[in-house]
Design a protein around this ligand. Sequence first.
Ligand SMILES: [Zn+2]
Length: 278
Amino acid sequence: VPALPPYNLPKNAPRVDQRPDEFRKAIHNKGLNVTWEQSAVCPCGRSSAAFDNGSAFGFDPAASLRTTGESRTDCALCHGHGYVYHSPTPTTVLINGRSSDPKRFEPQGEMGHGSVGITFLPENPPSFMDRVTLVDSAVPYRQIATRAAGTTSAMRYGVVRRAMKLGTGDTTIGVLYGLRANASGVVTSDDVLTEGVDFTVTTGGLIDWTLGIANGKAPAVGSRFSLTYFAHPRYVLTSVPFSQRDTWILHKHPTAVYVELPIRTSGRLEYLGGVING
Ligand SMILES: [Zn+2]
């Protein structure tokens, strides 16, 4: 194969350079505060010997060093998800292109979509499956949970008490609506749960049933209840980020320097699976 060197013009001036500080100012001035958690792949897996069924699966179970390639559903770290999250970092990102496309009647249900564009500072390089939680925003989230033993219940997301200015004055609400079922799964109109009457929200975002235990309205241990509560929206990065915006800048430099520019990717609301408060 012959070498194919590129042709450069003998004269390359004038030139126009990017101004990286302008991107940085935009992120600082208009960005939103988030917690950015990086993802890592979990090495858990099951040995093929665990599936020894007289080679019925078409591989040699004696070669027990093999793994199936599947995450373990009993993995204490990733819970079968395959990814673990580490290094939570408070930072600022630009969020744009917010869209909602619920596709209610498709198999994934009402929460399958809802995506945003996210632009990171170059020193926060995002990666596929990282997650980003908007710490100053709160959106309603609905969830069915089972009351475990103890006076508090952890929901999937920490419950956020949202301050709101209303016609009747300022108020702070964490849970918009709650219902409990009895042990048989039956619900009546008497089973509505009210914040401040039947439970409270702790500063850590847990449901505290002390009031409901006293007035008899707390769901029984082992019974189900549902809450519509405010939570910080969390997005999972579903596209592989690109960094092709990096550039060479000559302006105010004797020779051109390589400069990393912000990185844009897209994320989806993390409503598709996950771990309680994980
Ligand atoms: Zn794992």
